[in-house]
Design a protein around this ligand. Sequence first.
Ligand code: SAM
Ligand code: GLN
Length: 324
Amino acid sequence: MIGSLPKTEINLNSQLPSTTVASALRWAVEVLAEAGVETPRLDAECLLAHAVGLSRLGLYTSRAKALDPVWVEAFEELVGRRAGREPLAYILGEREFWSLSIKVGPSVLIPRPETEVLVETALERLRQLTVHSSQFTEKNKDHQPSAISHQPIVVEIGTGSGAISIALAQELPEVYFYATELSPEAIQVASENIERYSLSSRVLLLQGDLFSPLSLLGLEGNVDMVVSNPPYIPRGHLSLLPPEVLFEPVEALDGSVDGLYFHKRIIIESPRFLKPGGWLALEIGADQGRAVTCLLEDSKEYRGIEVVQDYAGKDRVVLAQKSH
Ligand code: SAM
Ligand code: GLN
């Protein structure tokens, strides 16, 4: 019964007079606020909408309606999970990214809004390429991507839910994607997302460590862009993250001692695959712009190094071009 939710240590004494949509929401907002959830009203509405199979707008027009006890029970369970700080996206099973609905679960990082800046930055550069390739593609419609194809090729490292490749592939119908991921469980989720958007013919998933699954595909020197949001949290900071983040796979976040383990490897390994002039686009932590710029400069393989800020004005993406 709402008002006596058992699963958390939060004070649940607030009583619900009768179980209407409005009163259920009031109760949940109180429970979630007390649990320290940052957006209790929004979360309560999303959870109730999910429990009863309505949209949030639908809830507004049904505020006085009585809730079926089965729905009340389902809602209590969801609120209990959220009060235990399980991320909303895991409870709902999806997260909006680039206006797409991306299926998520505990084996994948929940796509972040900041990562849309990486997509946007990558998209700008790839659009320049596709203008040139489209005439060729028109004449060679039946060609599959290969080492000799003129169709642009993007490699994504650490695709997780597949969000980045899917967002780019939706925007760029001429581009082929090779997306690698170490975790087989994440590959399963990414594959469902790719299916959901009917992109399996252009987004190829490969399981393995960074670039190693690409080694037999003849892609060396033929890739137009390497894009990645690698794990970049310094190991010592992991325990300081909000409780929700601790539900996410540590392999998706842990960037080793300095947070830059994966950036270093990707910067070293990308030139083998990139065409001369091909792009490397990496998401970074807000304080990693300088360090990643130095890594790129020190490698002597890149030119045009640029740091791009997110909407909060924080460094979020580093972009560079393979110089020769
Ligand atoms: N691309 C997704 C996104 O932006 O939402 C997920 C990014 S998450 C920060 C990093 C991803 O890299 C995780 O899915 C993790 O499993 C994967 N990963 C970690 N180590 C890897 C490795 N050695 N090779 C390939 N992928 C790896
Ligand atoms: N932006 C994520 C966070 O702060 C980290 C993602 C990553 O390591 N790439 O939770």
